[in-house]
Every structure is written in structure tokens, then in C-alpha cells.
Design a protein around this ligand. Sequence first.
Ligand code: UT7
Length: 343
Amino acid sequence: MAIEIIGTGRAVPPKRVSNDELAAKIDTSDEWIRSHTGIGYRHIADESTACSDLGLEAAKNALAMTAGYCGDDPEERNRAASEAALTIDMIILATVSPDFYGVPSTACIVQDKLGAKKAGAMDLSAACTGFIYGLETAAGLLTVSSRRKRALVIGAETISKMINWEDRGTCVLFGDGAGAAVLEKTGAENRGILQTLLFADGSGNESLLMRRGGTRYPFKKGEVIDTSICVEMNGQEVYNFAVGAIFSTIKMLAENGNINIDDVAMIVPHQANARIINAARRRLHIPAEKFYLNIEEYANTSSASIPIALDELNRSGQIKKGDLIMTVGFGGGLTYGGNLIIW
Ligand code: UT7
């Protein structure tokens, strides 16, 4: 038995904001952002677009691919996606920027709009490691029940709505987007998700958090709120944690899987900062071309960054069936982990 990825999709909002556009509003510069992070642009959702809207589009693209449609015609795409949605047994949506807090889950909204009538649906909260956690959760759910055959895993974020746009330490870093993958339980041998590592270090929970709006610091009646619920981050702490997390996860995936890094076709890291990725890469003595980087275009899209990257690689033919792929992610919680996959 194998749990294989049989379709991928992505969606980003059309509005593309450059570093120079941000520099016209706050005290920053294209030079600082590029040299400290590798970010050039980010895509930002408009007022009427919420997390489920991007998740839905990415999911439709992934589902249509499983039905053999990868073109640009929206009607054809929707027809193929609706057909494939009926085959899905479980939907897991990873996000830190859901449509609503608590209930309903964003996954349920996507499930309804897809018409995935027989699917269970739930959200998953593991910040930027959410898609990696989601793949393993879905793989487990498919494995334990003979009734479940296919799952849809989505990473979707409209994190721009949870940013303090006056805080240059965070607002330049993030962007909106969604990515999705359809998993199928097959009879193949030595294929699909071979191994997943999931870790947490909750002692770092204050390094990256959205403080207000939950039950710890709820909004109070009569209170005047002058900022949105926004991300607060200790950049240096997260930076140091992230370099170590990438280093140890890749090393452990390779050792546990008894594989040589030379045999890995592509490592797909969470796109938080090109400097973080390069620092870990140098410690591991792995050549730059093994790491996929698209942070220049999208900035940090949290749980969406890895599935967006996988879809770009898949659709462009840069990864092919049979290739050995590693994902590695880290983020708020703190959480980290990775998957080893034969595509
Ligand atoms: O998805 C996972 C979540 N997040 C991350 O992985 C982020 C991890 N951390 C980082 O990527 C980096 O720590 C940052 C990119 C956030 C910051 O880079 P840094 O090299 O650690 O900069 P810093 O925080 O040490 O700040 C250096 C200077 C400071 O000025 P002074 O005090 O030296 O005068 C900051 O005020 O850079 C200043 N600065 C900026 N300057 C221009 C901070 N943000 C900006 C900015 N534009 N946007």
C-alpha cells in the first residue's frame, strides 16, 4: 500500500505588491527586504476574499488535475473538479488565518463549495508547518480505514488581513495564497509518502503569535480596537530556531530513510526567508540547486508555501513521477517537520 499525491493545485490573488510600493508607505526599502529575506513581491487578497476562497481555487485545480484537466478554461476546470470532489473522503485545511475563529472550520466551507458530499472536513493549526502535518494526518486517516481512499490537503492563508501594516518588522514578510494536494491510497510499493517527521517546541510559543482575540486575551465589550488581530514575532528567535529545524529535519529524514542527499531530486523548504534556507543549506553542505525557492514572488505564505511550491514544480515538470522529494517546514507553535516522498 502507498499514499500517493495524484494531483496538485495553487491559487494566489492577482494583486501583486512590490517592495517599492511598501517602501512608499513605511520606513523600509527594496534593498533591505531583498538582502535580509530574498522577498521581491507578495500577492495580497482584496477586501472580499477570505481564506476559503483561495483554498477553494487551489483545491479545484488539484482535483481537476486528478480528473486529467490542467488547462485554463474555468468551466472545464470546474466540471472536472466537481466530478473529482465526489471521490474525496476527507478534507484537511491547514491555516492560521481562517474565515472564522473556532466555528465553522474553513475546511467545511470549502467542502460545501466543492460539493464534496461524502468528505469529512476539519482545519489544522500548525502554522507554517501545517501542510506537512496535514499530509501525515491525511495519510494516517487513509491508512486506518478501508473505507477511505482519497483525501484533499489544503494550505490556505489570507494572512495579509492579520498583519499590522505599520510594523515593518513583520508586514514586509508575508503574502496570501493557497496550495492543495490530492492523496490517494494505492496498491503501489515503495511510492508516495515514505516518512514524515513532526516536531513541536511549545516553549517558543511567544516567539510568533497572534495575541488578541482568543480566550487568553479576548476582546472586551466596549473596548476600542484600533488594529486587526495581528502577527507579533521575535524575528531573531524564530530565525535561529528555523536554521536548526531545517538542519536537523533534513539530516534525520535522510538518516531514517537511509538515503543519500545526492539521490534527492528536490528539497522543498517552507519559504520564510532565503537567508534562513541558505544558512541551513551551507551547514548541511547541500548545493543550492537542490533547494526550490520562490520566495521572491510570493513572500511567506505560511501553510500555503510548500503546496504552492510543489504545484509549481509538478506543473512545470521540474519534478516527475518516481523522483525523491523532501519537504521541510517550521513556524509558529513552535512547530517543525518534513516529509520524504517518492513523487
Ligand atoms: O514562517 C516562519 C516565520 N518567520 C520567520 O521565519 C522569520 C524569521 N526571522 C527573520 O527572517 C529575520 O529575523 C527578519 C527578516 C525578520 C529580520 O532580519 P534580521 O536580519 O534578523 O534583522 P533585525 O531584526 O536584527 O533588524 C536589523 C535592523 C534593525 O534596525 P537597527 O536596530 O539595527 O537600527 C531593524 O529595525 O533592521 C531594521 N529593520 C528594517 N529595516 C528596514 C527591521 N525590519 C526592517 C524593514 N526595513 N522591513
